[in-house]
Design a protein around this ligand. Sequence first.
Ligand code: SAM
Ligand code: SF4
Length: 442
Amino acid sequence: MVSKVSQKSFFIKTFGCQMNVYDSDKMKDIFIANGLKEETEFKSADYVVLNTCHIREKATEKTFSDLGKINKKGKQDQKIIVAGCVAQAEGELIQKRAPYVDLVIGPQSIHALDRFLKKSEFENTSITEFDVIEKFDTLNQFKKNHSQKSAFVTIQEGCDKFCHFCVVPYTRGAEFSRTLDDIANEIRSLVDLGVVEFSLLGQNVNAYHGHNTLGQSQSLADLINHISLINGVERITYSTSHPINMTDDLINLHGSNSKLMPYLHLPVQSGSDHVLKLMNRKHTRDFYFDIIERVRKVKPDIALSSDFIIGFPGETDQDFEDTLDLIKRVKYMNSYSFKYSPRPGTPAADKELIDDRILDERLNRLQDLINQQQMEYNQQFVKKTVQVLINGAGKHDGQVKGKSEFNQSVAIEGTQEIIGKIIPVEITNVYRHSLVGKQATL
Ligand code: SAM
Ligand code: SF4
């Protein structure tokens, strides 16, 4: 039996990656199971959670600036909780810089929130254990609250790769994969709530190696095949993948499993072998080209996206030109690019930084190229028909919006009744970030 904290409310603000969105949903389940209701803004909530991101310096500073605001403007006796990767990495600093914070809780310890709500033990406590098995076992006990047609499901946590720029191995711990059954059970309960599209998440999702009921290690391809047989599962995507874990079975699955969407986010970070080596990425640009070629062989129309880090220490003008060249050769539908941000405790943290003006100039050139590719990619869709999962109301009256199988946002004229359906849409107009169309006849 769960105890009720009557009339109390909570507010959660989420920063960073999709895995944080998933963790926030799980914390929401815990609050609701304890009788709390969700608030839409922090000021009047009894509990405020900042689920934080530590991947770049700006993200960390944002946490402290938000904490200051909450402390000043929040209601009396409000409990403040800092969760996520800043909590994991900077627990002591938070307690020093923001002593009014009641609970600091690392990403692998979010399930402890339940214990704290029950005992109301909120006194400047910090929980940053790495008990991933206990995390998922405990989270499974809470009733899910999910009203959308798409859901994230974390299948794998942590990372053993130690890229020299990245804090993830330190904040999320070693690689851990959930069992096949555990994931399938979560997916079935989400299907019961009406979810049809599943994004399988992990910091290194294609390093997945969870066990089946016979104790045999299963690959991501095995898992996708397994869950695509669950009645009600219509669409599957996965993110974020590392090039060295793009195994043959996973590549081939893109050509054989119709529930696996024709979309692949495969970060390369740099197009220069020199920089890839400095970054400890463990692959070359040719290795990356080879994967792209093999994926396109089995799925010629697959939509590709990537992450890029600009100005990693040691990146020369030629290295940067190599990155632009890689982008021109691959032709992405979309990509994310970031200026390198030194992270404390990582091997590259004390390397000499490149002048910020050079970084800005490189970032602008790269983003111009990506923007141009994104527009060109979308232009090919004019007069073509895509399959759109309608997931909500559009920006304008009488409009609904959804996602194509290629992960594009699509708006059409339509009414609420078609929300949750996958319908054919003929594209009439394209923008860089979205498409507009009309329902097509079958
Ligand atoms: N596991 C994924 C991979 O291997 O590509 C990436 C996960 S990481 C959480 C998300 C993205 O943040 C990375 O792909 C990288 O581009 C960016 N990132 C990570 N550390 C960074 C840093 N120190 N500075 C700038 N961007 C960074
Ligand atoms: Fe970070 Fe990804 Fe490298 Fe792991 S593989 S250290 S998560 S960038």
